[in-house]
Design a protein around this ligand. Structure first.
Ligand SMILES: C[S@@+](CC[C@H](N)C(=O)[O-])C[C@H]1O[C@@H](n2cnc3c(N)ncnc32)[C@H](O)[C@@H]1O
Length: 394
């Protein structure tokens, strides 16, 4: 298929290289990273495939037009010059969002209003009606991006952001966004079939993502997309892509190697329920069987594997484990040293002192953003020799 369009997929900051890797695996050519996302050329089929299969992208935005600008009228003119009626019907409700870095414009709200007016005015030039605005559940979303000189107009093909997979039952305690969990899994180097453990699983985001990857369940298989509302929607092509994914699903034997636990019984129940809602058959969901265990007393379920988790911070730990933050991580560090030789342990935390508290030296530290919170993904390789040396030298 021809690469007729230019797309931009935003993602959690820090995951741009992981998203590029994923897009290349999906057959996308020449993806280019910018802060907070990746641009790439592609066909309509690529657009559907990224929406269906990407675990890391937050959206797939289709670039419509671009211009240099100095004021709001330049934005209005660019939006007015587009044939929006060829993209979506006037009966679709719309929503416009504008983001900016270093823009000289004083009010983004006013800029957004001008772009919305231009879209409505363009519909009036080709008919008698104008579309209505619906900020909660719009039929078509338009994004604008302003830097210091340029204005880019995008049409959103995703609708709800892609981290909304459609399986989450309840929010649980500070759940990770699904695409951040998927990105962390990729950065950890875990591959389906390898033993995986999340000992502080909360609502189970990390293990659900891992289970879906193991079974080849596309993250977008249980939801609708914005492109289904566009005039160029090719239903046969979309159905074909979904059928191909179902035909090529792996047998998922590695599901037995996914393990989850949490100190909280509610979290364990939530993880179980979320697994069942994420497209796993009851049989398979039962095989993961999350357990109620204090992470400080966890046993390694295999002689090697990958531990991926994001612990709670500060007061929450005191509440759960009736101990101080420092004591909790010191005990957790000892457990990892004693019982997890041969494992790679990847811990996401905003605590810059974490490695000291665990008394472990990280082999890698990656800066990631959990929403606006700057975090590190610490990787600790638990090797027998080096640990003994470190413990002796302490
Ligand atoms: C930040 S949440 C994890 C969120 C999870 N990644 C998700 O996406 O839902 C931290 C979890 O650690 C659990 N926890 C707190 N203290 C614990 C302990 N001592 N042992 C095991 N789990 C603990 C909490 O119950 C909570 O579910």
């Amino acid at each position: 298929m021809n690469a007729d369009f230019q797309y931009f997929s935003p993602c959690p900051r820090g995951l741009e290289p992981a998203l590029i890797e994923e897009l290349l695996e999906l057959g996308i050519k020449n993806p280019v990273s910018t802060a907070g996302g990746v641009s790439y050329p592609g066909s309509l089929s690529d657009c559907y495939a990224v929406n269906l299969h990407s675990r890391i992208a937050s959206r797939v935005l289709l670039r419509i037009a671009q211009t240099r600008y100095r004021n709001e009228e330049d934005l209005y003119k660019l939006a007015l010059a587009q044939r929006w009626d060829q993209w979506f019907d006037v009966t679709r409700t719309i929503r416009v969002d504008i983001a900016a870095t270093r823009s000289p414009l004083r009010s983004l709200e006013f800029a957004t209003l001008r772009v919305k007016d231009a879209i409505c005015d363009q519909f009036r030039t080709v008919g008698t009606e104008r579309p209505s605005v619906d900020t909660r559940n719009p039929g078509a979303r338009i994004f604008g991006y302003l830097d210091s000189d340029d204005f880019i107009l995008y049409l959103d093909t995703s609708g709800e952001p892609l981290f909304k997979r459609g399986w989450r039952l309840d929010t649980g305690e500070a759940p990770l966004r699904e695409n951040l969990a998927a990105g962390i899994l990729r950065l950890s180097g875990w591959v389906p079939g390898e033993t995986l453990l999340d000992p502080m699983c909360g609502s189970g985001t990390i293990v659900v993502e891992a289970a879906q990857r193991t079974l080849g369940i596309p993250p977008g298989s249980r939801r609708r997309f914005g492109f289904e509302n566009l005039k160029n929607f090719d239903e046969a092509l979309w159905q074909q892509l979904k059928d191909d994914a179902a035909d090529n699903a792996p047998d998922g034997e590695g599901i037995m190697k996914i393990h989850a636990s949490d100190l909280s019984g509610d979290a364990v129940a939530l993880t179980r329920a979320n697994l069942a809602r994420a497209g796993l058959s009851t049989d398979l969901a039962l095989k993961i069987a999350p357990k109620q265990v204090d992470a400080r007393h966890i046993q390694a379920p295999d002689d090697h594997g990958v531990l991926v988790t994001n612990p709670p911070y500060g007061e929450r730990i005191q509440l759960r484990a009736t101990t101080s933050d420092d004591a909790f991580f010191s005990e957790l560090g000892s457990t990892l040293k004693q019982r997890f030789t041969g494992w790679r342990c990847c811990i996401l935390s905003s605590d810059l002192a974490l490695q000291g508290k665990l008394r472990l030296a990280p082999s890698k530290r990656t800066v990631l953003y959990n929403g606006a919170i700057e975090c590190r993904l610490y990787e600790f390789r638990m090797q027998a020799g080096s640990l003994r040396r470190k413990t002796e030298g302490e």
